[in-house]
Design a protein. Structure first.
Length: 314
């Protein structure tokens, strides 16, 4: 790994190791007029089979940098910004952030990139949290997209038939907390210092936090910075999944899938086992991490991809 912990200050003349890593990738935007959005993504190049990486709600393509850097010698790595996130467009129409929209966006983007690359399909879709949910539902809609799926602690609500008495209150808390999220700082250095003090980020690899600061914030005209994904979008995504029947949407998905269950996270392993049992070929493995696995323990994600995706191609 060539990316070292941050040692330089952010500023007009300074280039941080995180910025240098992101500069190795090509930044692109792909119009999807049939979807009413333009999706931004990073392409790390390479001649290997392609991977498509999808981030969690509220984050961005750049947080995959540590995983991409490790895998770019073996795969052609793409990481997307979901609608409303990062450098992708931010639609405002009603229901723009219903979870089916993200699955359909991923499906459309994958089909366009497969045609551009001249390959049959992606070697794998790798999704974290709601990004994993989106790719699972995309694969269920179109089994031709991915040879395999690596789903990193995806968000899988209980089936509607089971119900969950605490779910509305929990969901409402997520929505309200996202709406109140701070979104503006005097500088990237101030933003990084603020993030580092928050419990959400304490378990992160410091290099992953640098990548988030480099790619997840935009500069204003006055030199201050703001979140590329504002709190109202993050809140809309949480609310958009309130009645999502992921079990119903994904049932029977034939794409071989590996669920990485975060042993220190918030979701019950039993729910992943229950969903895996409804799929054609799926299994669940535990990883010793909190929910934000790609940013806390990126080496566990790269190892799983090499084992489950690379190993299957040998």
């Amino acid at each position: 790994m060539t990316l070292e912990p941050r040692t330089q200050t952010y500023g007009a003349a300074a280039v941080s190791p995180a910025e240098a890593l992101l500069a190795r990738a090509t930044r692109r935007r792909l119009p999807l007029p049939e979807r009413g959005v333009e999706l931004a993504f990073l392409d790390w190049g390479g001649d290997g089979p392609p991977l498509l990486l999808h981030h969690a709600n509220g984050f961005c393509k750049g947080v995959w940098g540590l995983v991409a850097e490790e895998l770019r010698g073996e795969f052609r790595v793409f990481a997307l910004d979901a609608r409303g996130h990062g450098e992708s467009s931010r639609p405002t129409a009603p229901n723009s952030y219903a979870w089916r929209q993200f699955a359909e966006d991923a499906q459309a983007l994958a089909k366009r990139l497969v045609a551009e690359l001249g390959v049959a399909r992606f070697a794998a879709g790798v999704g974290h949290s709601f990004g994993g949910t989106s790719l699972l539902c995309a694969a269920a809609r179109d089994p031709s997209l991915f040879e395999r799926l690596v789903l990193v602690d995806p968000v899988i609500p209980a089936p509607p038939a089971e119900g969950s008495p605490g779910r509305p209150a929990h969901l409402n808390a997520l929505v309200e907390n996202a709406r109140r999220r701070r979104h503006h700082w005097p500088s990237r250095a101030d933003a990084r210092a603020w993030f580092a003090e928050r419990s959400l980020f304490r378990g992160w690899d410091p290099r992953a936090l640098d990548l988030y600061v480099a790619d997840g914030l935009r500069e204003r005209n006055d030199g201050s910075v703001e979140l590329r994904c504002p709190g109202e979008v993050e809140a809309a995504v949480f609310a958009g999944g309130g009645d999502a029947d992921v079990f119903g949407l994904a049932r029977g998905c034939a794409t071989p899938a590996l669920f990485l269950w975060a042993a220190q996270g918030n979701f019950p392993r039993q729910r992943y086992e229950a969903l895996a049992s409804t799929l054609g070929d799926a299994r669940v493995e535990a990883v010793e991490s909190g929910h934000l696995v790609p940013m806390e323990r990126p080496e566990l994600v790269t190892a799983a991809i090499r084992r489950f995706v690379g190993g299957a191609r040998e």
